[in-house]
Design a protein around this ligand. Structure first.
Ligand SMILES: [Fe+2]
Ligand SMILES: [Fe+2]
Length: 270
């Protein structure tokens, strides 16, 4: 389990950033920090096993990163290697392998949903719930829903949209506790911004509430640094749950095709 202590987390933030950050920003930052930390630890463990270099961020990279706006997705961080080319008609599996990898957090989250016998739709929603963080981090629930909306059951997109707001609100009935980590890092007096609270209240009273709530439940079991999952394990579920456009993602003239193209070509200056 990735444990974050206040000192290490705060030390990872750029100098002066903390004072300028709202509580909401800090909470967002923590989730992304944990996801990156999870990928780093798994990479380090694998590197140890294979004797190859891991993908641990260097001090230099961290300093560079600190100059980028914090809401920027991982694909727009400084990097040394080129992006591997995607096929002409890329599928969502191609994006997983070539742009979202290692994606440990979403893979673990979907695995937990699968192993605990949750509906396939929920397993799939968990698999997709945070992939947009590669593109952008700000308001990732809304962005994440939009990215998949034309291709999935509308309840999947709805769940992804509201999972981010629901994280801050416990629900005993579903066994979702307010993450103790948030108390440790932000203090017990943390209050989400009004628009988050409004989104939560709207979702809480909606007939699809469970779609978003289950994503948050599986979210909390998805920071295991001793667990490896391969996207291949979800090939069939993706086949049934994601309406792959025949032209390829980015070329189907859907309202979000440009988002997939941006993920495909983060290096294009225009
Ligand atoms: Fe999330
Ligand atoms: Fe998540």
């Amino acid at each position: 389990m990735v444990e974050v202590d206040r000192k290490t987390f705060l030390a990872s933030l750029p100098a002066g950033a903390l004072a300028a950050m709202s509580h909401e920003d800090k909470a967002e930052e923590l989730e992304h920090y944990m996801e990156e930390e999870l990928d780093n630890r798994i990479a380090a463990r694998r590197a140890g096993a294979d004797g190859e270099a891991g993908s641990i961020i260097t001090l230099e990279e961290l300093e560079q990163e600190e100059r980028s706006p914090r809401g920027t997705g991982r694909l727009f961080m400084p990097r040394e290697d080129e992006f591997p080319p995607l096929p002409d008609k890329p599928t969502v599996l191609d994006f997983f392998r070539l742009r979202f990898a290692p994606a440990n957090h979403v893979l673990q989250s979907a695995t937990h949903a699968l192993r605990t016998g949750q509906p396939e739709r929920t397993v799939f929603a968990c698999l997709m719930h945070d992939v947009v963080l590669n593109l952008i981090k700000v308001d990732h629930g809304w962005w994440g829903a939009q990215l998949v909306e034309p291709y999935v059951d509308e309840r999947v997109a709805w769940g992804i949209r509201y999972h981010a707001a629901l994280r801050f609100y416990p629900d005993e009935e579903y066994g979702y506790e307010y993450p103790e980590m948030y108390n440790r890092i932000f203090g017990h007096d943390y209050v989400p911004e009004p628009y988050i609270k409004e989104a939560y209240e709207y979702a809480r009273n909606h007939r699809w509430y469970g779609e978003a709530r289950l994503i948050t439940v599986n979210d909390t079991y998805a920071f295991q640094d001793d667990m490896d999952v391969d996207i291949e394990e979800f090939t069939d579920i993706i086949g049934r749950q994601f309406k792959q456009p025949k032209e390829g993602l980015g070329y189907d003239n859907s309202p979000v095709a440009h988002m997939w193209r941006t993920i495909a070509f983060p290096n294009r200056p225009l």
